[in-house]
Each structure stands twice: as structure tokens, then as C-alpha cells.
Design a binder for this molecule. Structure first.
Ligand code: UDX
Length: 480
């Protein structure tokens, strides 16, 4: 265990006799809350999951996960079998059961501004507070504007019968969809934003099984904990947009963004992660978090400090239009009536989440430009059909590409990466492929007579040459 921050007191575990194991409530059972509730139960806690959506509660209580996340459905079954996990819509029951309440509701972008919409969060507090009659801790995990925890403390203390015995802490969640179980059970770090030693001890008790694996714990004040989350997501978004900005420069110069990223990645100060060029970032976090952060910074009078985030956002949005442009080019400049296959709908592989999904945004733009779009995704079809009923859909990869004049790989699922270009080539009308994620083996596609194109890479085949050993023994990844 490593503790950094406001105190270096040893964190206590529920098993050491000094603290009781807390009863846990998790309010909000979406991607974040369901994962947290299931993992906490698997770790040995008695957990009650609360949601206002009866359908979600019924599904979870019946052992069915209402979304796709690798490994989580299996863990839900295990947790339900222990008898330690239950779900309800009843806040009173949650208040009676728990002395630590994790708030995991969504904080999406507001409909009419870049600010975060905190209505779900405020509603959760309003529903819970009247039932809080004993000392307890409310722990925010949702991503929020700086200052929210302090404001909510006043709100909950005025509404709860227990008054100032109810404390608030902030414990941001960093899990990635597609890796949610692993990230929850083995996080890189835990951040405890607390206003008292008691709150820190309660959080330490909740995370004792994880802390015992030497996980870094950073103890902070409330605003720092809120800031850690948006700062982390802003950094990741900036890194992605940086390499995509370089891709734009590559396109203007004939340079190759993949080789550029590779060369940069060997500098350990830069590193290769989140330096993958392509269609850019989407999802329920990165896009809305950078916008809400820029908005909040403006309110705080430090808008200039994060002014670059608007550029990060703009670079990211340009990738979508550039991808449409490239597909249009391959359709000889006019998409009207052209059958285009879009491979991928989820915002990233191993997820069925389509919130701000770049793939569907591009599919929609292609449709608006007159193309006959057919979408296929291994997991996100149900969600995509509801959100974009005007697009065409196919049930298999093979059915999706049959008759296509242009195929666009927009979400890099393994099933697409490993597809055989020769076999796919037999099904399409024309062998045109746009690799929106730099995920395919360009050489294999070109060898199978596809016109392979990707943003930020030259159309020439130089980089497809296999690595060779030059006469002087140097391994050459590509010749200049
Ligand atoms: C992100 C953060 O990583 C996580 O810590 C936070 O808690 C929630 O937001 P997530 O939205 O699940 O997680 O996805 P992430 O893996 O970060 O990817 C975000 C987007 O960036 C995806 O659309 C992905 O395709 C894209 N991406 C990622 C790139 O375009 N290039 C990269 O190199 C990496």
C-alpha cells in the first residue's frame, strides 16, 4: 500500500478489527455504477445498487447485464450467487442498508451548452438525503465541475435528518469501457478527495482489498480530486489530437503518421499509448469532459489556461469530416447512390456504447451525402438502430460488405482486424477500403488488390515493406 497526500497515516482494512466493513450503496447502475456495484460485491462487501430505471433494476436483479462489457456478466452471476448483491429503486432501502453511498450517475453534456448537466446528480442527492438518519459518507464517483462536491455538501446536509453527520467525499473513477472489470479491481491509482480523517478511513475500508495489492492512494482535498479526473481525460484527449494534428501535417507533406508515431513512442518521456492516429476520440467521457472543463475554467476566470482544449476538440471533430472526404474521394467524388459499408458503430471496440461514436457520426454524414450506408458492429447494433434508424444494417460482416463500392473500418474490433482481405475481396463490388483506425494490415490488403487508404499515410506503399536487416545490421522498418 502506498499513500500519498494529506496524511501518511496507515490506511486500515475492514479485517483489522479497527473498522467495521461498511454496508455499501451504489446509486446509478450504468456502465460505471453497475461495474462498481458488482466488483464491490465480488470483493466481499454487502452492496445494494439503486437506479430510478425499473427496467435496469429488474434486469440486474435477475442477473442480466443491460449492456455489453467483457467479463462483467460472468462476475454479476458470481456476485449474485454470493447473496451479497441486490438492486432496488428504493432510496429508503439503500439508506437503511448502507453507511457509504457511492454516486455513479451520469453527468452528460447539457443540451444547450458545453457545461456538464448535473441534474441526475442533484436528483440522486435529493432522493437520498431525506432518508439519511445516521452518520454516513456519500462518495461521488461521477465526473463533475470543480466545486461541485462543496456545493453538494451544503445541499445534502440541509436536507438530511442527520445534518452535518453526513459527509461528502470525491473518489473519481478512471475505468475504461472494455476494460472496466480489470480497471476497477486493479486500478492504477485511487484518489480520495476528503474533508476529514473519518471520511478517509471509511474510503480506505471500502478499498481495503484493492489497497492490499500496493495500489497507489492519493489523498487530497475535494477540488483536487474533482480536478484529477478532468485533467487526466484532458491530457489523454490532447495526446490523441496531437497525433491527429500531426496526421494533418503528414497529409500535406507526404510524410507517414504511423512511422512518426512509432519514432515518437520510443522516447520514454512521450510513450506510445494514446498516440494512435485515426478517426479520433468519442464516447461518453472524453468529448464532454474537455468541453465541460473548458466551460468551468471560463467561469472560474482561468479560461485561457485551458483554451487549447477547444483546439483539441476541433482537431478531433475534423477527423470525422476528413474521413468522409476520403471515402468520397474513393467514390470518385460523388456519394449519391454509392453502397458504402461502415464497419463499427461503438465508440471503441469491446463496447456497445455509441455515445458520441465517431463511426456512427461518419455513417450519418455519408447517409446525408446520399450514400447507401450499411453498418455492422459485433455488439452495438441494437443501440445504433435506435439512435440512427435511417441507416442500413447487416447481421454479419460478410453480409455488410457484399456489393460495397467502399468499405470503411471505423471501429477496430478484432473481427475486422483479422478478416481475410482475399475473402472479403470476393464479396465487394469494388476493392476500396478506408482504414479509419490504422488497424488493418495495409500490405495484405494491397496484395489482395484493394485500394487501401488511411488518413495521414501516403498512398504509396513504402511503409508496407516488411522490416529488413540492412547490410550494416540495422533493422529498417521503412525506407525513406
Ligand atoms: C476514458 C478514460 O480513458 C478513462 O480513464 C475515463 O474514466 C473515462 O474516459 P473510455 O471513454 O472508456 O475511457 O475510452 P478510452 O479508452 O479512453 O478511449 C477514448 C476514445 O479515444 C475512443 O474513441 C478511442 O477509440 C480513442 N482513442 C484512444 C484514439 O483515437 N487513439 C488512441 O490512441 C486511444
Amino acid at each position: 500500500m502506498q499513500t500519498v497526500g494529506a496524511t501518511d497515516t496507515e490506511l486500515t482494512s475492514p479485517g483489522d478489527g479497527s473498522l467495521e466493513s461498511p454496508g455499501v450503496a451504489v446509486i446509478g447502475t450504468g456502465y460505471l455504477g453497475a461495474t462498481h456495484a458488482i466488483c464491490m460485491a465480488a470483493l466481499g462487501f454487502r452492496v445494494i445498487g439503486v437506479d430510478v430505471d425499473q427496467a435496469k433494476v429488474t434486469a440486474l436483479a435477475g442477473g442480466r447485464l443491460p449492456f455489453f462489457e467483457p467479463g462483467l456478466a460472468e462476475l454479476l452471476t458470481v456476485a449474485m450467487e454470493t447473496g451479497r448483491l441486490s438492486f432496488t429503486t428504493d432510496f429508503k432501502a439503500a439508506a437503511a442498508h448502507a453507511d457509504v453511498h457511492f454516486i455513479c450517475v451520469g453527468t452528460p453534456q447539457s443540451a444547450d451548452s458545453p457545461a456538464a448537466d448535473l441534474s441526475h446528480l442533484e436528483e440522486a442527492i435529493r432522493c437520498l438525503a431525506p432518508h439519511l438518519v445516521h452518520r454516513c459518507l456519500i462518495v461521488g464517483k461521477s465526473t463533475v465541475p470543480i466545486g461541485t462536491a462543496q456545493r453538494l455538501t451544503a445541499l445534502v446536509q440541509s436536507a438530511a435528518p442527520a445534518g452535518s453527520l453526513v459527509e461528502l467525499a470525491w473518489n473519481p473513477e478512471f475505468l475504461r469501457e472494455g476494460h472496466a472489470v480489470e480497471d476497477t479491481l486493479n486500478p492504477d491509482r485511487l484518489v480520495f478527495g476528503v474533508a476529514s480523517e473519518w471520511a478517509r478511513e471509511r474510503l480506505a475500508a471500502c478499498y481495503a482489498p484493492i489497497i492490499s495489492h500496493s495500489t497507489h492512494v492519493i489523498v487530497t482535498d475535494l477540488p483536487t480530486a474533482e480536478l484529477v479526473k478532468v485533467a487526466a481525460n484532458s491530457f489523454l484527449a490532447t495526446k490523441i489530437s496531437y497525433i491527429n494534428a500531426m496526421a494533418e501535417v503528414c497529409e500535406a507533406t507526404g510524410a507517414d503518421v504511423n512511422l512518426l508515431a512509432l519514432a515518437l513512442s520510443y522516447d520514454s518521456r512521450i510513450g506510445g499509448r494514446f498516440l494512435k492516429p485515426g478517426l479520433g476520440f468519442g464516447g461518453g467521457c472524453l468529448p464532454k469532459d474537455i468541453r465541460a472543463f473548458a466551460h468551468r475554467a471560463q467561469e472560474l476566470g482561468v479560461g485561457q489556461a485551458v483554451g487549447f482544449l477547444r483546439e483539441v476538440d476541433a482537431i478531433n471533430q475534423r477527423r470525422r469530416q476528413r474521413t468522409v472526404d476520403l471515402i468520397t474521394e474513393m467514390a470518385c467524388g460523388d456519394l449519391t447512390g454509392v453502397p458504402v459499408t461502415v464497419l463499427g458503430a461503438a465508440f471503441k471496440p469491446d463496447s456497445d456504447d455509441i455515445r458520441d461514436a465517431p463511426a456512427l457520426d461518419v455513417a450519418h454524414m455519408l447517409h446525408q451525402a446520399g450514400a447507401h450506408v450499411t453498418v455492422y458492429d459485433p455488439q452495438a447494433m441494437g443501440n445504433a438502430k435506435v439512435a440512427y434508424p435511417d441507416l442500413g444494417y447487416a447481421d454479419t460482416l460478410e453480409a455488410a460488405v457484399t456489393g460495397a463500392e467502399v468499405v470503411a473500418l471505423l471501429t477496430e474490433w478484432d473481427v475486422f482486424r483479422t478478416a481475410d482481405p482475399v475473402a472479403l475481396g470476393e464479396l465487394v463490388a469494388r476493392r476500396n477500403i478506408v482504414d479509419g483506425r490504422h488497424a488493418l494490415n495495409a500490405a495484405a490488403y494491397r496484395a489482395a488488390h484493394w485500394d487501401y487508404r488511411a488518413l495521414g499515410t501516403p498512398t504509396a506503399v513504402v511503409r508496407d515493406l516488411p522490416p529488413v536487416l540492412a547490410a550494416d545490421g540495422i533493422k529498417v522498418l521503412a525506407t525513406p
